[in-house]
Design a protein around this ligand. Structure first.
Ligand SMILES: C[S@@+](CC[C@H](N)C(=O)[O-])C[C@H]1O[C@@H](n2cnc3c(N)ncnc32)[C@H](O)[C@@H]1O
Length: 214
């Protein structure tokens, strides 16, 4: 099973081809529906700092910078996104406002940021309590998450994906983690649930907001 110390499984699964596809899709069509929902849940981001964990090519932070955020940091376990991400940043003249790091965020957490985003990341990490707990501890204002709904069909879909991954020798696994576990981890770090939105039949997005000083 993949853990925090096996980034090569993520490098293989989230590879250069995926990065090219993501960057091309973003150039052509902008953000997809669930990403747009997270940007909306972020609220007013003027003069904030943004941390995107597992941000891939970094499309959400680009939108938040365009919406008024000052600076962004992207911590991504797979190094395969860096080339496409650098090209997107250069195209938009934003290279000097984004700090990109290739690291496991859980074992190498970063300094607190105002807004922390994890879009479709919780489902790619085995230890939901640690991932959300570390993200919440890094959040000064708002933590935004997208993850698969706890439904029979998402469990069946992810079970089928994991079977395929096992049969093909991949060490990567996906997860439908309970929302209660995310909420407990956020609560413990002084965040409370602000909004919860369903995005169709698969994904849901939530905003946690800081209710006590960090
Ligand atoms: C399904 S992809 C989503 C990428 C991007 N957020 C998007 O929605 O297009 C999940 C990403 O999370 C990254 N990831 C998972 N666990 C991580 C961790 N502990 N630290 C940093 N990145 C992580 C993976 O490498 C992968 O690129």
């Amino acid at each position: 099973m993949v853990g925090c110390c096996q980034p090569e499984a993520y490098e293989r699964f989230f590879g250069a081809r995926q990065a090219r596809l993501d960057a091309g899709r973003y150039r052509k069509r902008g953000l997809g529906g669930t990403s747009r929902c997270l940007v909306e849940l972020a609220g007013d981001v003027s003069e904030t700092t943004v941390l995107e964990v597992g941000g891939g090519v970094g499309a959400i932070e680009l939108e938040l910078l365009a919406a008024g955020a000052d600076r962004a940091t992207n911590v991504e376990l797979s190094g395969q996104y860096e080339e496409e991400a650098a090209t997107l940043l250069a195209e938009r003249g934003l290279s000097d406002r984004v700090d990109r790091r290739v690291a496991d965020f859980v074992s190498e957490p970063v300094a607190p940021h105002d807004v922390v985003v994890m879009h479709r990341v919780v489902c790619c990490y085995p230890d939901v309590d640690r991932l959300v707990g570390v993200a919440a501890a890094c959040t000064r204002r708002r933590l935004l998450l997208t993850f698969p709904q706890e439904r029979p069909w998402t469990r069946a879909g992810i079970g089928a994906i994991n079977l395929f991954l096992r049969l093909t020798g991949s060490g990567f696994r996906a997860f439908v983690h309970p929302f209660a576990a995310m909420r407990a981890a956020a609560d413990r770090e002084g965040l409370s649930l602000e909004r919860r939105e369903r995005n169709g039949l698969i994904w849901e997005s939530v905003a946690f907001v800081r209710s006590s000083p960090s």
